[in-house]
Design a protein around this ligand. Structure first.
Ligand code: TYD
Length: 208
């Protein structure tokens, strides 16, 4: 086979943007339409990547070096892509992933000031260049989103200015390649957001 045949959708956005609700709505609608859907998340998705998830998110590791943080997210991503995402795409499945490479570019590249290019290249190396076919960005004001978070993890506990930089980063990244992104205001009605996402995915799937 000359590469993946399935369809890879990533969801991105700040904290409390309502990604999980929209991911499950989309996954259900696609399954009802007859697609085989794999729902997964980053960091995580395999036992080793879930172990890395614990290290990067636990407040226990407060003060983790930013480069070590970027490497750990990339390592988890490499493992997740090799074991879960690529095999699913090779089977022809639709993969719906909670966060992917752009989270690293936004949270580590912009948020930690490590440089978007370096961080992107690191993940491209880790994943042998796998990019989503479509990335849905749910845009939310961090003040609104963070108010919905109950028990903040290490990243969620960062100051508001950090989350504002992350928000601006997602919008910037999407603007650079609009054909592969759908940016939606997360304050819209849940049903309206769900149908905008399904419309776009249906169009993209039909155009393959
Ligand atoms: P999670 O609980 O999955 O957050 P959410 O429900 O908001 O998706 O935690 C993931 C956290 O890790 C989130 O704060 C974003 C951050 N993150 C990065 O900083 N870099 C990355 O590459 C990824 C995938 C996540």
């Amino acid at each position: 086979m000359d590469g993946p045949r399935g369809f890879f959708i990533a969801f991105e956005g700040g904290e409390g943007a309502g990604k999980s609700t929209q991911e499950s709505r989309l996954a259900r609608a696609l399954a009802e339409a007859g697609h085989r859907v794999v729902r997964t998340r980053e960091p995580g998705g395999t036992p080793a990547a879930e172990a890395i998830r614990h290290v990067v998110l636990s407040p226990e590791f407060d003060g983790l070096d930013p480069r070590a943080e970027a490497l750990l997210f990339a390592a988890a991503r490499g493992e997740h892509v090799a074991r879960i995402v690529r095999p699913a795409l090779e089977r022809g499945d639709v993969v719906v992933c909670d966060r992917y490479l752009d989270s690293s570019v936004a949270y580590q590249g912009y948020g930690r000031d490590l440089g978007a290019e370096h961080v992107r290249d690191l993940s491209l190396w880790a994943t042998r260049g796998l990019l989503p076919d479509l990335t849905v960005v749910l845009d939310v004001d961090p003040q609104v989103g963070l108010a919905r978070v109950d028990d903040p993890d290490r990243l969620e506990a960062e100051p508001l200015a950090y989350h504002q930089a992350v928000r601006a980063a997602f919008v910037d990244i999407a603007a650079q390649d609009p054909g592969r992104y759908l940016v939606l205001d997360a304050n819209g009605h849940v049903d309206a957001i769900a149908s905008a996402i399904l419309d776009r995915v249906t169009t993209d799937l039909a155009g393959r």
